[in-house]
Every structure is written in structure tokens, then in C-alpha cells.
Design a binder for this molecule. Structure first.
Ligand SMILES: NC(=O)c1ccc[n+]([C@@H]2O[C@H](COP(=O)([O-])OP(=O)(O)OC[C@H]3O[C@@H](n4cnc5c(N)ncnc54)[C@H](OP(=O)(O)O)[C@@H]3O)[C@@H](O)[C@H]2O)c1
Length: 273
């Protein structure tokens, strides 16, 4: 990949795992890197061309405020929607009243992308890559985004949140056709990280055994960085870490349209200045 000095990239969840590897890689390549997350992490040696914005995606009003602030200073050329959690073992709601992984993995990203696209000047190229997961294709039917303590299933909540994130890429390209953001999703496969930290004892134990055999997140970051700067990756499509196009699930258009109307209504209040 060629160094893209003078260009900027915003990476959500850049404080650990894959996000931190992406931050290091793009910074090394000469990009101006904007990183968000809850914990500042160890950013020793990142003094120049680097900004960290503490952001908790479980608070939508605060997230919107911070991203509006970022966009008033910087218009990123590239954005990676990377922040994410594995759904917790027990059903949990954010202060905004949404299931945690639905909000952190998907809804907060929809909100921040809306803010970034609306603030992006016309004719300024913008590319958005969303990190999904191999489990996005678990559902045959279009999922009901509303779950409750009785209907909650941990893996389903996670896979649904990643499916919505993948569908969001096509939705944003269509909604903002005049602004022409290039959006696509990346299925990163499985790699070692500390994403298991919110899980139960058994899961953490099994993960600890498997982790040394998993892909290195630095390798995943390298592949994602190449897709970000290559023009062939856009059109709301999904790509594997080997850069191969993947099948986008097809659902009843009426259900999808209704879903986006609801999501737009939910984010609207946070988009008003
Ligand atoms: N590891 C895998 O095998 C795997 C497989 C498929 C997909 N993925 C996806 O890859 C992405 C990166 O995950 P990872 O494995 O590198 O895990 P990770 O090390 O746990 O990184 C997750 C990042 O998300 C941020 N984050 C978590 N909760 C947040 C919140 N409430 N508000 C803002 N930021 C938050 C974390 O930052 P703070 O803790 O500082 O907030 C951290 O920087 C995720 O989207 C994950 O779903 C991972």
C-alpha cells in the first residue's frame, strides 16, 4: 500500500485488538488518525498526526455530541466502523433503552456515519468500511431488532447486530446518493483479541486455549487497510478478509424499508444540533 500522506482516517474502537492494529498501521503509513474508544490505551509515540476522542457508544447523545465536535474540526477521508462487543451472556439495556450489542455494534455506528456524511463537503471523497463477523449470515429471515429479556439469545443478538451493520452500508449509499459515500463491509473471520473479556468464565477459558491458533489481528488490519484504499471495495457489498465478495442476504424489501424508517426516526433526535 502506498503512503497516503495528507489523508485522514477515523477508526472507532481503536483502543485495543484489531482497532489498535489499524490505528498503528495507518499512522505508520502517514495518515492523520482519529481514534475513538472508552479507554485511552497506550498511545505512546503517537503525538503527531493523532487524536483520541473518548466516546462511549452506549450513550447516543454524548456520542453524537463528540462526533459533531470531531466533524467541526476534521472531515475524515476514510472511516472504519470497528468498535464492537460480543453480546453479553445476560440481556442488558443501555441507558438509551436498547439492547447493548444492538446499540454499540450497530445503532451508534449508524448515528456517527450519518453525522460524518452530513458534514462531509460535496465532492469530498469519503469511504466507510464496517467490520462485521462471520456470523452475520446466521439468520434466514429478517430479524426482529427488538428483543427482550425472554426472547434474548446471546449469539443471535451479536449476529443480528452485525447483519444490520452490513445492510447499513447499502442503505447509506442509497440514502446519500448525491454525496456518494463509498461504503462496504468486511467479514474479518476470527482472530485473537480481548473481545472475550465481557464473557463468562468458561468462554474465557476456551478462548484462552484457542487464541494462539487464531489469526493475528495485525494481519487482518493489513488486509483491511488495502481494501480501504482500493477503489474496488464499495457499493454496500461484503468482502472477506481475502478480499473476495460475499453473498449479501436478501430479505423482503418492505421489511427492510420499515426497518430503516424506524432506525431513521430513532437517530433523528440526536442528529438535530
Ligand atoms: N476477535 C474476533 O475474532 C472477531 C471476529 C469477528 C468480528 N470481530 C469484530 O471486530 C471488531 C474489533 O473487535 P476486537 O476483536 O479487536 O475486540 P476488542 O479488542 O475488544 O476491541 C473492541 C473495540 O471496541 C471498543 N468498544 C467496545 N465497547 C465500546 C463502547 N461501548 N463504546 C465505544 N467503543 C467501544 C473497545 O474500546 P474500549 O474498550 O476502549 O471502549 C475496543 O477498542 C469488533 O467489531 C468485533 O465484533 C472480531
Amino acid at each position: 500500500m502506498e503512503t497516503q500522506a495528507g489523508q485522514s482516517i477515523l477508526i472507532t474502537g481503536g483502543t485495543s485488538g484489531l482497532g489498535l492494529e489499524l490505528v498503528k498501521l495507518f499512522h505508520k503509513k502517514g495518515f492523520y488518525v482519529i481514534c475513538t474508544g472508552r479507554q485511552p490505551g497506550d498511545f505512546t509515540g503517537f503525538a503527531g498526526n493523532f487524536r483520541f476522542f473518548r466516546t462511549d457508544f452506549s450513550d447516543l447523545a454524548e456520542t453524537a455530541k463528540i462526533f459533531k465536535n470531531i466533524c467541526s474540526e476534521i472531515q475524515p477521508d476514510f472511516v472504519i466502523n470497528n468498535a464492537g462487543i460480543l453480546s453479553p451472556p445476560q440481556f442488558c439495556l443501555t441507558g438509551d433503552g436498547f439492547e447493548c450489542s444492538f446499540q454499540v455494534n450497530f445503532l451508534a455506528h449508524l448515528l456517527v456515519n450519518e453525522i460524518i456524511i452530513r458534514n462531509n463537503p460535496d465532492n469530498h471523497p469519503l469511504k466507510i468500511g464496517a467490520v462485521i463477523s462471520p456470523v452475520y449470515k446466521m439468520e434466514n429471515n429478517f430479524p426482529d431488532w427488538q428483543c427482550n429479556v425472554r426472547s434474548y439469545k446471546q449469539l443471535k443478538a451479536y449476529s443480528d447486530s452485525k447483519l444490520f451493520l452490513a445492510l447499513m452500508c447499502a442503505h447509506l449509499e442509497e440514502k446519500y446518493a448525491k454525496k456518494k459515500p463509498a461504503c462496504f463491509s468486511i467479514n474479518p473471520g476470527v482472530f485473537s483479541s480481548s473481545i472475550y473479556r465481557s464473557q463468562g468464565k468458561l468462554f474465557r477459558f476456551l478462548y484462552g486455549i484457542a487464541a494462539p491458533f487464531m489469526r493475528n489481528p495485525a494481519k487482518v488490519a493489513e488486509s483491511i487497510s488495502e481494501m480501504m484504499v482500493n477503489q474496488g471495495f464499495s457499493d454496500g457489498r461484503i468482502f472477506s478478509i481475502r478480499k473476495k465478495p460475499e453473498h449479501m442476504p436478501v430479505y423482503d424489501q418492505h421489511l427492510i424499508d420499515t426497518f430503516w424508517i424506524t432506525m431513521n426516526e430513532m437517530t433523528q433526535q440526536y442528529l438535530k444540533s
